[in-house]
Design a protein around this ligand. Structure first.
Ligand SMILES: NC(=O)c1ccc[n+]([C@@H]2O[C@H](COP(=O)([O-])OP(=O)(O)OC[C@H]3O[C@@H](n4cnc5c(N)ncnc54)[C@H](OP(=O)(O)O)[C@@H]3O)[C@@H](O)[C@H]2O)c1
Length: 322
């Protein structure tokens, strides 16, 4: 195989590490990485020096400052500044060093708070964003527009082909299981595991359990990323427009938080009851991506929820011991 030199930015994160795993499984062996301590992507001079030295052929931009509602609310300046700087530095420096293929990872929070469900790509910039993570979402939208703008200005002249994917909620190996600062699946895994170990007869879940959410196993996300990166341009161009080029990545299916809690409890082997604290807020009633654009391009999620949850629980147990 003709081996492109591939830079995976954020390779120690949940998504970046899964991208490295999938690339290696698919036979790509010329992968270059730097951790945050070695290369701060907000530092333009350092990013330029790195690209000048390494001269990668392709870039997966999976590095980002990410966090939950509390972190987004407490550190909005850091979220907008660091994400804008990382994207601007990596995209521009990639261009200056002849990188033709780059994949930017965004998030479903780019869509308006009141977007029609399931959320379709054309909903971008049609309404007001969710205020709690607006600075982060604005940075992610800027990332999409950076890629599109470099394509529009330098596509024909320099062969620039920068693409964006917008994942739904992800889970799996490498997730963050912090007791106060984690997403819903890792939080449920920890709570059911602790309840099992302490023989707690009931676990209380915030809210009614009725909101519907979508979850994608992280290895599926990584596989989708490699798939989109490698799609022939003519095929991709038949499904996207120059100023609306991002691609949603989801399973196309959602479930209630109650159904999810039951599934996690079963995987963990928790025997007690699950109660719901209806005094706590529910959030949006439904959040589901429309992934038909990606499906039409030929990609579908492979890992079912139960299989993914079992792998995530195994990962949690490994993390507990390390
Ligand atoms: N996880 C999800 O459910 C989810 C859902 C939708 C979209 N996404 C998107 O997927 C991407 C990756 O998310 P993730 O869940 O893999 O996050 P993650 O586990 O926190 O990984 C992010 C990585 O970026 C690195 N990083 C942060 N700031 C950096 C900087 N200034 N310079 C260099 N490296 C830096 C981090 O290194 P340090 O930890 O050392 O700082 C970390 O390795 C993000 O764009 C996110 O928006 C994730």
């Amino acid at each position: 195989m003709d081996q492109p030199k591939i830079y995976v930015a954020g390779h120690r994160g949940m998504v970046g590490s899964a991208i490295v795993r999938i690339l290696q499984i698919q036979g790509y062996s010329n992968i270059v990485t730097r951790n945050h301590a070695e290369l701060d992507l907000t530092d333009q001079a350092a990013v330029r020096a790195f690209f000048f030295t390494e001269k990668p052929d392709q870039v997966y931009l999976a590095a980002a400052k990410v966090g939950g509602i509390h972190a987004n609310n407490t550190y909005p300046a850091e979220f907008i500044y660091q994400n804008l700087m990382m994207e601007a530095n990596v995209v521009d420096t990639a261009f200056r060093n002849g990188v033709r293929k780059l994949l930017f990872l965004g998030s479903s929070c780019i869509y308006p708070k009141m977007a029609t469900q399931p959320m379709i790509e054309s909903a971008l910039l049609t309404g007001t964003l969710e205020p709690t993570n607006e600075p982060y979402a604005i940075a992610k939208i800027a990332g999409i527009k950076l890629c599109e703008s470099y394509n529009r200005q330098y596509g024909a002249s320099h062969g620039v082909d920068y693409r964006s994917v917008m994942p739904t909620n992800l889970f799996g190996p490498g997730d963050n299981y912090h007791p106060e600062n984690s997403h819903v699946i890792p939080a449920l895994i920890r709570r059911f595991h602790e309840a099992k170990v302490t023989k707690n007869p009931a676990v209380m879940i915030w809210g009614s359990g009725n909101p519907r959410r979508e979850f994608l196993y992280v290895d599926d996300m990584a596989a989708a990323s490699v798939f989109v990166m490698n799609l022939p341009k003519s095929k991709l161009d038949a499904h996207v427009q120059p100023m609306q080029s991002h691609i949603n990545v989801g399973t196309g299916e959602d479930l209630t938080i109650k159904e999810l809690a039951v599934a996690v409890g079963k995987i963990v082997g928790y025997q007690g009851t699950i109660d719901f604290d209806t005094n706590k807020p529910d959030g949006a009633p439904r959040k589901l991506m429309d992934s038909s654009r990606l499906n039409a391009l030929g990609w579908q999620a492979q890992v079912g929820l139960e299989v993914g949850l079992a792998a995530a629980y195994q990962d949690f147990q490994v993390q507990l011991t390390t």
